[in-house]
Design a protein around this ligand. Structure first.
Ligand code: CND
Ligand code: ZN
Length: 363
């Protein structure tokens, strides 16, 4: 099986012929159909986030179940599934309180299977898998907990991006910050995740949606996805402009990049009583020097949303229905597709801002 493998941090991915073990009880084999290229993969490739090599990255994907491990399963061969990159043990306090993306039911590190082993090897040495899935490959064997069955009429590329950027972005608005209709919203960073925050704000009926990016092509995308105002952060003063547009600051602000500067921007740009939400994730060592003084006097809230605070089993089918009902636009997000062999070009496009979302497609 062909897989794009990170053999060493800061090296291009290598297409290698990797061996996959058959699924055990509670596991499934999935033939990959489409997988998106996300900045989170890049954070691992560059060493921003800790990892163990060799590893197959990729966590935004969809495919078709071709084999089930022994024993009963909630899935069937032939199911169309979206991958979840978080576990769902079903027993921990997070799974039992509707916050399964925070599941802490397994001791094994997130780049292994739940039981602490791997199902992939190269020349008899283990190959790890990001988020217990690792989808930059032709076939995945993973726990069925990480697979959410969806309706079969959703195009594969669309199904794939539901698994990260759509869930993360729209979920941050609807499930995370719970933005009400009529609110004013700021989104800093208009990549795959940020554009979905913009579209989530439109979905809930935000009155004003201000989008910020450094690239004009991204601001054009933001307008197409529902931004009422755009600011180029390279040439304009973001916080001043937001205050001018909204008469003092927004009700809700989202950082879809993850840098000290942008975290401070969202805190500064919310009005008194406003809610700032971190969605972008920086390197492990990044710190942001917020001012508790002004936050308390103005009762500002700074929070965070991981994986859109969604429940994948419940929310992925909902996103599929919203797309099929033309309530959200996911076609325009998929601005370019690549073959697995072109994956490093896909990352180059992500890095330079050439795509809204690049997606790898398989035959
Ligand atoms: P992508 O590269 O597509 O988008 C980032 C955008 O930010 C680009 O359009 C850039 O031009 C723009 N940008 C960069 N710097 C600035 C700046 N200073 N001001 C304004 N705009 C800027 O990345 P992505 O959308 O795939 O991912 C974005 C972040 O979200 C990244 O940190 C990723 O790791 C994180 C993320 C978080 C989660 C979660 O669960 N919270 C899930 N997936 C990805
Ligand atoms: Zn992602």
């Amino acid at each position: 099986m062909k897989a794009a493998v990170l053999t060493e941090v800061n090296k291009p991915l290598q297409i290698l012929d990797v061996d996959v073990d058959p699924p055990k009880a509670g596991e499934a084999r999935v033939k990959m159909k489409a997988t998106g290229i996300c900045m989170s993969d890049w954070h691992i490739m560059t060493g921003d986030w800790p990892t163990r090599c060799p590893i197959v990255l990729g966590h935004e994907a969809a495919g078709i179940v071709t084999e089930l491990g022994p024993g009963p399963s909630h899935l069937s061969v032939g199911d169309h599934v979206i991958f979840s990159f978080t576990s769902h043990c079903g027993h921990c306090r997070y799974c039992n309180s509707g916050r399964s993306v925070l599941c802490n039911g397994y001791k094994a590190p997130g780049f292994m299977m739940n039981d602490g082993t791997t199902r992939m090897s190269f020349k008899a040495e283990p190959v790890y898998q990001m988020g217990r899935i690792g989808t930059f490959r032709e076939e995945v064997v993973c726990s069925t907990e990480n697979l959410i069955s969806i309706r079969k009429d959703v195009p594969w590329t669309v199904a794939a991006i539901i698994g990260c950027s759509v869930a993360t972005g729209i979920g941050a608005v609807t499930r995370g910050a719970k933005v009400p209709s009529g609110a004013s919203v700021l989104v800093v960073g208009c990549g795959g995740v940020g554009l979905n925050i913009v579209q989530g704000a439109r979905l809930v009926g935000a009155r004003t949606v201000v989008a910020v990016d450094l690239l004009d092509n991204k601001l054009e995308y933001a307008k197409a996805f529902g931004a009422t105002h755009t600011i180029n952060g390279k040439t304009e003063k973001v916080v001043e402009q937001v205050r001018a547009i909204t008469g003092g600051g927004v009700d809700y602000a989202f950082d879809a990049i993850g840098t000290e500067a942008t975290v401070l921007q969202i805190v500064d740009a919310v009005a008194a009583g406003g809610v700032a939400t971190m969605v972008g994730i920086p390197s492990m060592t990044t710190r942001a020097a917020i001012s508790p003084f002004s936050m308390v006097f103005q009762e500002k809230t700074l929070g965070a949303s991981f994986y859109g605070s969604v429940q994948p089993d419940i929310d992925f089918p909902i996103f599929a229905d919203l797309y099929m009902g033309k309530k959200i636009n996911l076609d325009a997000l998929i601005s370019r597709t690549f073959k697995l062999e072109e994956i490093n070009e896909g990352f180059e496009q992500l890095r330079t801002g050439g795509v809204a979302r690049g997606v790898i497609v398989f035959d």
